[in-house]
Design a protein around this ligand. Structure first.
Ligand SMILES: [Ca+2]
Length: 203
């Protein structure tokens, strides 16, 4: 399941930047109750990301990095109101500075995941389902944006991109728990292929 994979990413401590994958023994004291690894992947540099000063030069209208203030609530800070937490938004721009399609695809995915986790406590099971399906659709649209033959093309780059964004999104214990709650409310449900079809490809 898509959301479950995000938890597995945290459990294994895989680098959000696509770098080395340390073994579980090397993890810095993960919380045994949730598996949450106390580190800040948002500040973990990746060789595939542009420096912050370059980001600000190329995209001067991006909202500022919220820093620690952005971690104080489940919702975080979304100063420009695009539905994507500003720290994640900036990370996606740093990761895909030269590819607007990939950038849009991952922003869309992040927006879907954000809506799932911030609303999960008040959402009904049907509402949770609708939001999870929106995440599935975003991932399928991403396959097209990343050059897939069609939306069922399981290209590794999209799977990795989704894992990276999940890692950025679920960077506090509160956010990990919210994602686990989404999984719990969605568990046991069957999704038809047509329900998660990308109907509005990013172009
Ligand atoms: Ca934003």
């Amino acid at each position: 399941m898509l959301m479950l994979s995000s938890v597995l990413v945290l459990l294994c401590g895989c680098s959000g930047g696509g770098g080395s994958t340390p073994s579980a023994e090397e993890e810095p004291n993960p919380d045994p109750t949730t598996g949450f690894v106390p580190e800040n992947p948002g500040e973990d540099p990746s060789p595939d990301m542009i420096p912050v000063d370059e980001l600000d030069r190329l995209f001067p209208n991006l909202p500022p990095d919220p820093g620690e203030a952005g971690k104080q609530t489940l919702e975080g800070i979304d100063a420009d109101g695009d539905g994507v937490r500003d720290d994640v938004q900036r990370w996606i721009y740093r990761r895909y500075p030269n590819d607007e399609l990939k950038r849009k695809a991952m922003l869309r995915y992040a927006k879907a995941l954000q809506a799932s986790i911030v609303n999960v406590d008040r959402d009904s099971r049907d509402q949770v389902r609708a939001r999870v399906l929106d995440g599935f659709r975003a991932e399928r649209c991403a396959r097209l944006a990343f050059g897939g033959v069609d939306q069922f093309d399981l290209i590794d780059e999209v799977a990795e991109a989704v894992r990276e964004v999940q890692f950025q999104m679920l960077n506090t214990q509160e956010r990990v728990i919210a994602d686990l709650t989404v999984d719990a409310k969605f568990s046991g449900q069957v999704v038809g292929a047509e329900e998660s079809t990308c109907t509005d490809p990013i172009r």
